[in-house]
Ligand binder design. Structure first.
Ligand code: COA
Length: 172
């Protein structure tokens, strides 16, 4: 069973960094880095700073993802605008645990929070053409809204991105 738990400043069973150490490892994995907004390596100290920031910032809402109580990823709503009722979705699953349905189940729970708890209207994702993740978002009911040019510089080359979005009534 998948559960989401709010990301808090470090505590937990994964060393003094808590679960944040795992997040940094996954972000630095070569299977994941091309998908991220920044290709720069993530240092543990930055994760602590980030967790403090997102915990106290009401324009974002981030969660650890657990499968049967084991940490398998993290996800969140970013750039939340309560005025316009929009947010950007963010998701990362442990690269050793891909294609087991964890991402899909986490999105269902995260969209419940977005639409039912936070009362947002539209959630969007930006997917870099460095990955095939667009297929994942289409499978969750997201629809292509726009293509953006040269949004990601990765290994000496620019890549375009795709913006997808979903509203409550579009959910599968
Ligand atoms: C994209 C990501 C979140 C998907 O998570 P996941 O747990 O592996 O996905 P699921 O197992 O729930 O996949 C559900 C369906 O989505 C589609 N899908 C998932 N990953 C896919 C991929 N890399 N390429 C094509 N289709 C994919 C498939 O249809 C899949 O069903 P199937 O495995 O039965 O074929 C994960 O690959 C990831 O964390 N990637 C790195 C970070 C990232 O790209 N985040 C999104 C940034 S916008």
């Amino acid at each position: 069973m998948i559960e989401l738990k709010t990301i808090t400043p470090p505590v937990g069973d994964y060393g003094e960094l808590g679960e944040l150490g795992e997040l940094a490892n996954w972000r630095n994995d070569e299977r994941v880095r091309p998908a991220l907004r920044t290709g720069k390596l993530t240092f543990s100290s930055q994760q602590v700073e980030w967790a403090n920031k997102v915990y106290y910032d009401n324009t974002c809402s981030y969660y650890f993802i657990y499968y049967n109580k084991i940490l398998v990823g993290y996800c969140g709503l970013d750039k939340i605008s309560f005025e316009n009722k929009t947010a950007e979705i963010s998701l990362l699953i442990n690269p050793d645990e891909h294609r087991q349905g964890h991402g899909m189940e986490a999105v269902i729970l995260l969209l419940d929070i977005a639409f039912d708890k936070l009362k947002l209207k539209l959630i969007y994702a930006e997917v870099n053409d460095t990955t095939s993740a667009i297929e994942f978002w289409l499978a969750q009911g997201f629809m292509v809204e726009a293509f953006l040019k040269d949004r990601k510089f990765w290994k000496g080359k620019f890549y375009n991105s795709t913006i997808l979005n979903i509203e409550k009534e579009d959910r599968p």
